[in-house]
Ligand binder design. Structure first.
Ligand code: IMP
Length: 203
């Protein structure tokens, strides 16, 4: 596995919630990051139907355009009773003509669940795939998960996206209610980051 020896990297994401979480996690390893948005890069179309495929598209585009290593995050929510939807389309479920609306996306998840015969707990998981790509075309991929269930009505104002309706196993609070430090310790992103740091940081 290739090591990340550079101390500076581009974060290939325009999602504010992810940028905040990833910058915090990377600071712990002495890595400074600049976001693709701050560099004026566009968002390449996510045309693949897997988290890995879309993570690769974003990281390779930012690495080639900037000339330094780039890190991308492709993530989403899988709800078991919905056949793992919204999955790679998690951000799309929030699209409106005026931008993304996650209250709407969470209501869509609940409406879809009500139309199934599923019984509680409504099992769900968050998935996070991180890709580090180098300008020469090499990449490394890491997948992290956190298991839990969908709750309704939504609870809490921390985090982003679907956090207020996701309750991880072992807690009676949603990711929207818990202190962000706790989310950072146990989330799908934390799991993928642990794998990335074990693989690509250090000797
Ligand atoms: P993408 O990876 O940019 O295609 O979008 C992933 C989408 O999944 C985000 O816009 C969120 O809706 C959702 N998502 C990913 N990670 C989280 C998380 O930690 N909390 C809540 N929602 C998330």
């Amino acid at each position: 596995m290739r090591k990340l020896t550079e101390n500076k990297l581009v974060l290939a994401s325009h999602n504010e919630g992810k940028l905040v979480e990833i910058t915090e996690l990377l600071k712990l390893f002495g890595k400074s990051v600049i976001s693709a948005g701050d560099l004026g890069f566009d968002e390449p179309p996510e045309t693949e139907n897997t988290f890995e495929g879309n993570a690769r598209i974003k990281a390779h585009y930012a690495a080639k355009t900037s000339g330094i290593p780039a890190l991308s995050d492709d993530s989403g929510l899988q709800v078991q009773a919905l056949g793992n939807a919204p999955g790679v389309y998690s951000a799309d479920w929030a699209e409106t003509p005026d931008g993304r609306d996650f209250d709407l996306a969470m209501a869509k998840v609940w409406d879809a669940l009500k139309q199934t015969n599923a019984a509680e707990p409504f099992k769900a998981r968050f998935i996070c795939v991180l890709c580090i790509a180098w300008p020469d075309g090499h990449d490394e991929i890491f997948r992290g998960t956190v298991e839990g269930s969908i709750v309704w009505p939504k609870r809490g104002a921390h985090g982003f996206g679907y956090d207020p309706i996701f309750q991880p196993i072992g807690l009676d609070q949603t990711f929207g209610e818990v202190d962000p430090t706790l989310k950072h310790e146990m989330s799908h992103r934390a799991d993928a980051f642990t794998k990335l740091t074990l693989g690509c940081f250090g000797d």
